[in-house]
Design a protein around this ligand. Structure first.
Ligand SMILES: NC(=O)C1=CN([C@@H]2O[C@H](COP(=O)(O)OP(=O)(O)OC[C@H]3O[C@@H](n4cnc5c(N)ncnc54)[C@H](OP(=O)(O)O)[C@@H]3O)[C@@H](O)[C@H]2O)C=CC1
Ligand SMILES: O=CCCC(=O)O
Length: 289
């Protein structure tokens, strides 16, 4: 099947590579076109614009940074909407809010196309290993048609019902993750400043009830202040902001998430937005008597 892929950042590059490896014919587009070169070497074709990709492909997937980018690739000149028509499907796997997803869904369906939102749980390494968890919602027939592609990129797909539910699930998960990262950072700093070896803390955590792949994977690098990006901090802060808006809408008090969001905002203001989200550790370390 001919699949289009828009957005070749950390995630999109790994996901589109897996589609090629699993035998899909893939046409890619990225705003910075030079980022397509590596995919072309693997056998991908390049579309000059999102519209050109949609024209060529029955199903087009997008994986871009945030709501503004997700809207731009659909609605701007030479965007997805220009070539959307009956029989074509659009799958947005970016992490956005339910409102953005609904706007895109309405526009796609008004042109006769079908739409699925399918944000993912899992970061750079699971994306490379085709181990993502796919949180899909929207047009059920398109979801079923896209399952072979989802299987090429992930280990499990959930169908969560109407448009918005994929975005909601993803925001809840990342809200928990962002809060956990802050608590973890505070724990490492507290261990260090109270005279413990932070590496011992990691070993203790790993054997107990709160062991998690995130602590095990990120901890050693955090202790070494290595924040090479797998999940950019600016995206985690975007997800906290969108999750807090979901909390506002549903009158859910989330003081822990709000405090975590402040720390991520502070990290952005310190110029750490392009580093891994674990770089929030630098904010926690900064607080001294
Ligand atoms: N990294 C991770 O661990 C995970 C990320 N996500 C989510 O996946 C999405 C992508 O993340 P990730 O790959 O890490 O992000 P990156 O920052 O690595 O890549 C962002 C991509 O979006 C494109 N982009 C940004 N703005 C625009 C725009 N205005 N118009 C068109 N394209 C644009 C970029 O193009 P260009 O190259 O030109 O800048 C790039 O292709 C985000 O929504 C993120 O929250 C979800 C799960 C895990
Ligand atoms: O949105 C990013 C999620 C990162 C992860 O699940 O490890």
């Amino acid at each position: 099947m001919e699949i289009g892929f828009l957005g070749l950042g950390i995630m999109g590059k790994a996901m589109s590579m897996n589609l090629i490896k699993k035998g899909f014919k893939v046409t890619v587009w990225n705003r910075t076109l030079s980022r397509c070169d590596e995919l072309v070497e693997m056998g991908a074709s390049v579309g000059e614009t999102p519209a050109a990709v949609v024209k060529k492909c029955k199903i087009t997937i997008a994986m871009v940074s945030d709501p503004a980018a997700a809207l731009s690739v659909v609605f701007d000149k030479d965007g997805v909407l220009e070539e959307m028509s009956s029989g074509k499907g659009y799958v947005d796997m970016s992490t956005v809010d339910p409102e953005t997803s609904s706007k895109i869904s309405e526009a796609i369906t008004s042109k006769g196309g079908s739409f699925v939102e399918a944000p993912v749980s899992g970061s750079k390494q699971p994306a490379e290993a085709a181990q993502l968890v796919i949180l899909a919602a929207g047009d059920k027939a398109l979801y079923e048609e896209a399952i072979p592609a989802f299987n090429a990129m992930g280990k499990k797909s959930f169908y969560l019902g109407p448009i918005g539910n994929g975005a909601r699930m993803k925001l809840v998960v990342n809200m928990i993750m962002g809060s956990m990262m802050n608590a973890f950072s505070e724990g490492i700093v507290l261990a260090d400043r109270s005279g413990l070896n932070p590496s011992d803390l990691l070993d203790v955590l790993d054997l107990g009830a709160i062991a998690t792949p995130m602590f095990k994977g990120k901890g050693p690098n955090m202790i070494k202040s290595n924040f090479s990006p797998a999940f950019p901090l600016k995206h985690q802060q975007k997800d906290m902001r969108l999750a807090l808006a979901l909390g506002d809408e549903n009158a859910v008090s989330m003081p822990i998430a709000a405090a975590a969001n402040e720390a991520f905002k502070k990290a952005r203001s310190m110029g750490l937005g392009d580093l891994d989200f674990s770089a929030v550790h630098e904010v926690v370390k900064q607080h001294k008597d």
